[in-house]
Design a protein around this ligand. Structure first.
Ligand SMILES: [Fe+2]
Ligand SMILES: [Fe+2]
Length: 197
């Protein structure tokens, strides 16, 4: 199925699967992710699909994430057991594969790791990662993201570079609050730093 058709079929199913708040957020992420790709001269469709798909089970309860993870054979770390919301990426990727016929490894990986990023991310995946963190409503809630948004609108800046700025902010905040940092967040940052060398 061509990707434009896949997006159209998927969004029809999405409307029935998630509450309005998640749907609106996903629409904003899809739009911004597509724009971030287009303004850099790259095809937007895959990033748009990732944006629509990434929070397919964000509305689940802690118990539902843990039960689904167990059923799906998703490994659950101690950190994820304490904060089950961290499972909405891995559990969501399985749901997309099993119930929405999405079989693109690139899309499934992007959804699985969208909370932290991942060294194997494509540009489309980084576009969705960035858009998820700086979509208009998140900008309204956190004025510190304004500088990252400005960076994202400069097409001479690569998407991994913008993603690194976001990870630096996130890791800085977690450290300042004395909270744990997921190992994948550190792995993504280290990879992106090494790419800049
Ligand atoms: Fe999410
Ligand atoms: Fe999201």
């Amino acid at each position: 199925m061509p990707i434009s058709e896949l997006i159209s079929v998927f969004t029809q199913g999405l409307r029935l699967a998630v509450p309005t708040g998640v749907l609106k957020h996903s629409e904003r992420v899809a739009e911004l992710a597509g724009d971030l790709m287009s303004m850099r001269g790259e095809a937007p469709e895959t990033a748009i699909l990732m944006g629509f798909a990434h929070d397919i089970c964000r509305h689940f309860s802690d118990e539902e994430w843990l039960i689904c993870a167990e059923k799906q054979g998703v490994l659950v770390s101690d950190l994820e057991r304490r904060y089950p919301v961290l499972l909405h990426g891995p559990v969501g990727a399985k749901i997309l594969q099993e119930s929405f016929d999405i079989d693109s490894k690139e899309v499934l990986q992007a959804v699985r790791y969208h909370t932290y990023g991942h060294p194997t991310f494509s540009n489309s995946a980084w576009a969705m990662f960035v858009a998820d963190k700086i979509e208009p409503q998140k900008l309204e809630r956190n004025s510190r993201l304004g500088a990252v948004y400005e960076l994202s609108q400069d097409s001479s800046r690569s998407l991994p570079e913008i993603a690194l700025a976001i990870l630096n902010l996130q890791i800085g905040d977690l450290t300042a609050d004395g909270r744990e940092i997921h190992s994948l967040q550190i792995a993504s940052r280290n990879f992106l730093v090494s790419e800049q060398l």
